[in-house]
Design a protein around this ligand. Structure first.
Ligand code: MN
Length: 424
């Protein structure tokens, strides 16, 4: 089936600013609360939120096989479970309804009143009920930098790293939507000069600039998927800030890996941009040497050219962009991550979230965490207001943005934003 929604020449009758992340070619999916306290599944064009359950009730999805309450829900899980064919039919139809050539809804003020809202009048909610969340560690630059700082510069990458996508199971309960404030976590710390651990607020609070993908139902327990079909099970992507307490992490992570230094909060952007919308931005991923085992081998373009940035905004001050990187730097692709995840028979379900791992590029201004940007605090970052940062300070807001752009369209993710409040 053609992805007619991606037609770069299409224009919407809804006004869209030139540099908007949400032209009619994007059509992401999210969940929002209206002023009347109604929760609905929706999409976005320009600065307008579109109520898909109202569209459905008024018959605009005629001939597409959807249950009556498909969009009258507080999560996208059921819609995602329906599979790629449904996602594509619905996106294509939405593009058609809002095409400037189509007068049906355009000339129906009564319908427009109940379908279209200004973004400022809705509250974005978590788009999926996340059953399980896994975080990978798939940027070679990041893994090398962290290995150099935490372990041994001579052997920064552990021997397994080049042979498989390394990951760990995170905690779904603490994944929050953009705009949610975070409290500085407390925990056990082992300061460099101390003989025994102390308890208190983390002193080395960090962000991790990541992206995450959302899956549909992938496999039954005990079954696996092949690398060639992995892509069919990926619904879309969001921006992802995997907040990390480096001091808690350092003291706890041997021998079983990340735990309380990571699971106190992770923030996602509210709109899931579909893989269909990202299709024009495929690119090649880095050459893998040594060649992975056959079950992880793939050819063709499986990376995506997504510009990413992270900014720090101190309270009552302007923001400073501290990192510019790109999703295409990832050494392991999403297909390889997902295939590897199921290779032992572990079942992956609709609404599961998979983090990429911190995305660091090759240059110092493209590192995806303060740990790397300030090189463990030895090289503080200067902000526009004159202050300096080694790590995140109380009342700093972290803002992440991401977008793809070619000469015809720009497809963006909006913002992934969170403020760090003092420890409770
Ligand atoms: Mn992470």
């Amino acid at each position: 089936m053609q992805i007619t929604a991606n037609n770069p020449d299409r224009k919407s009758w809804l006004p869209v600013a030139e540099n908007s992340d949400f032209p009619i070619q994007n059509i992401p999916f999210g969940v929002f609360l209206t002023k009347d306290d109604i929760t609905t599944i929706g999409t976005r064009i320009g600065d307008f939120a579109i109520d898909l359950s109202a569209l459905h009730q008024l018959g605009y999805f005629e001939d597409i096989p959807l249950t009556d309450d498909m969009f009258m829900q507080d999560s996208l899980n059921d819609f995602i479970s329906d599979g790629r064919k449904t996602w594509r039919l619905v996106r294509n139809r939405i593009a058609d309804i809002f095409d400037i050539e189509n007068k049906t809804l355009q000339n129906n003020d009564k319908h427009k009143d109940v379908i279209i809202f200004k973004m400022e009048d809705v509250e974005m909610l978590l788009p999926v009920d996340i059953g399980d969340y896994t975080d990978f560690y798939s940027s070679k630059e990041h893994a090398t930098n962290v290995g150099m700082m935490f372990r041994d510069p001579e052997n920064a990458l552990l021997p397994n790293w080049l042979h498989m996508p390394i990951g760990y199971h995170g905690r779904a309960s603490s994944v929050v939507v953009s705009g949610t404030d975070i409290h500085r976590p407390k925990g056990q710390l082992m300061p460099a000069d101390a003989k025994s651990p102390i308890f208190g607020p983390s002193r080395l609070l960090d962000f991790e600039l990541e992206m995450a993908f959302v899956t549909t139902d992938v496999n039954h327990l005990g079954e696996t998927i092949s690398i060639d079909e992995a892509e069919d099970y990926i619904f879309g992507m969001v921006l992802f800030n995997d907040w990390s307490a480096r001091d808690i992490q350092k003291w706890e992570y041997v021998p079983l890996g990340p735990f309380l230094g990571k699971n106190f909060a992770s923030t996602i952007s509210p709109w899931i941009v579909t893989m269909d919308a990202l299709e024009p931005f495929r690119t090649k991923s880095p050459i893998q040497n040594p060649k992975p085992l056959p079950y992880l081998r793939q050819s063709g373009k499986h990376a995506f050219d997504i510009h990413l940035q992270a900014a720090i905004q101190p309270e009552n001050s302007e923001e400073t962009i501290v990192s510019n990187t790109n999703f295409k730097y990832m050494y392991w692709t999403m297909n390889q991550q997902l295939t590897h995840h199921t290779i032992n028979g572990c079942n992956v379900r609709s609404g599961d979230l998979m983090g990429s791992g911190t995305i660091s590029g090759p240059t110092k201004d493209s590192y995806g965490s303060m740990l790397e940007l300030s090189w463990r605090g030895t090289n503080p970052i200067r902000l526009k207001d004159g202050s300096k940062r080694k790590f995140i300070e109380d009342n700093d807001t972290i803002i992440m943005r991401g977008f793809c752009k070619n000469d015809k369209v720009r497809i963006g993710f909006g913002e992934c934003k969170g403020k760090l409040l003092p420890a409770k």
